[in-house]
Design a protein around this ligand. Structure first.
Ligand SMILES: CCCCC/C=C\CCC/C=C/CC(=O)SCCNC(=O)CCNC(=O)[C@H](O)C(C)(C)COP(=O)(O)OP(=O)(O)OC[C@H]1O[C@@H](n2cnc3c(N)ncnc32)[C@H](O)[C@@H]1OP(=O)(O)O
Length: 324
């Protein structure tokens, strides 16, 4: 697998195993509205908007929809950049769908984990320039999704004095707070993004960073105030489905769009080659340990003590939501 040809194919949007019989890790082709895809061939920019209420949590189907949508956009040679965003103004993604982990089905659990691994391989190794527009919370695997992109723009949130309107999003790998640990490849992604010592601290403490702190440690590349804009370069926004058009008229998406334009102007071969320099080793190391990683995950999650923690956590989430 780790040959120059396999490496090149990975980053050109094709997988070396696709030319053979379906591989056990290949996500099935799914088409649904869990991810809304908007494509603008004129600008070379597409947008993938996560649309799995209430929290864009990552279920097996959501992971498959993400991979499918990304591959479909990648197959269009006119597209060079993609923006990853959310229909939920307060949540980018709540991370793994915790209900997948509680009292799991023996057959589904490894398929679920494989689908998450595939999101990492496809997104981190995409030939496209990827920009995360983080409008709301991005805990755990939500943060992982953002870190798998090339550039992260985060909204400062609504710092309104009215406590009811106030909303400050946070981002980070908070797994230890749940009594679980981020898998090695996810933790390493944090190390690659913010550096060893900051990652060591953040992983151990399960820190969720508000936007300004996330910017100061390099977890995001830019932050923008929460505000609506009246006008601007809305080529892509004009094409969006009505359900997200209103929220798209904001400074966050405008900034993400500007960054996507900057990437789209770089000669693609050079941009992709430079991405390979920094990412291929990490991706191939994970692929080599993929089955081991799945076994480790399934063994860990099905432990009695872990199940007890997770059950209590889901219960607490539901109670919190019911009290609103
Ligand atoms: C050493 C090697 C060990 C190897 C071990 C291997 C692996 C272990 C697995 C490790 C990987 C973990 C990665 C993860 O992603 S774990 C998931 C972590 N996610 C979270 O902790 C987030 C939980 N959610 C929240 O904190 C909040 O919901 C929020 C995102 C901050 C948003 O808050 P708010 O706006 O107040 O919304 P609510 O809390 O009311 O939620 C609305 C709604 O959504 C449901 N929900 C929220 N998060 C999830 C989720 N992750 N999964 C499923 N459902 C979720 C919540 O229950 C509400 O639903 P109802 O209104 O229907 O009750």
């Amino acid at each position: 697998m780790n040959t120059p040809r396999a490496r090149a194919m990975l980053f050109m949007g094709r997988r070396s195993h696709q030319s053979h019989a379906p591989h056990k890790h290949s996500p099935p082709a799914v088409a649904n509205d869990l991810v809304i895809s908007t494509v603008d061939e004129n600008s070379g920019i597409a947008m993938l908007t996560m649309n799995r209420p209430p929290a864009n949590s990552l279920s097996l189907e959501m992971n498959e929809a993400l991979c499918y949508s990304l591959k479909t956009v990648e197959a269009n040679p006119k597209i060079q950049s993609v923006i990853l965003s959310s229909t939920n103004p307060k949540i980018f993604s709540a991370g793994l769908d915790i209900t997948e982990l509680v009292a799991p089905d023996n057959d589904r659990l490894p398929r679920f984990w494989n689908s998450l691994q595939q999101v990492y391989i496809d997104l981190y190794g995409s030939r496209l320039a990827t920009v995360a527009a983080i409008q709301g919370h991005a805990p755990a695997a939500g943060c992982f999704l953002a870190m798998s992109c090339d550039y992260r723009v985060m909204s400062e949130g609504d710092t309104n004095n009215d406590i009811k309107k106030k909303h400050v999003p946070t981002i980070g790998l908070n797994e230890t707070q749940l009594g679980i640990a981020a898998p090695p490849w996810m933790g390493q992604l944090l190390v690659r993004t913010i550096g060893f010592r900051q990652a060591e601290l953040a992983l151990a403490l399960g820190t969720l960073f508000p936007p300004e702190q996330a910017l100061s440690i390099g977890l995001v590349d830019d932050i923008v105030p929460h505000q609506q804009v009246e006008s601007g370069d809305h080529k892509l926004v004009d094409l969006l489905p009505s359900q997200i058009k209103d929220q798209a008229q904001n400074s966050l998406l405008q900034k993400a769009y500007t960054q996507a334009q900057i990437y789209a102007k770089i000669p693609p071969q050079a941009r992709v080659a430079s991405k390979m320099v920094t990412r291929e080793e990490h991706i191939f190391r994970m692929i080599a340990k993929r089955d081991e990683d799945t076994q480790h995950f399934c063994g860990f999650v099905t432990q009695k003590a872990v199940q007890k923690n997770l059950t209590a956590y889901v219960e607490a989430l539901k109670n919190k939501s019911a009290k609103k």
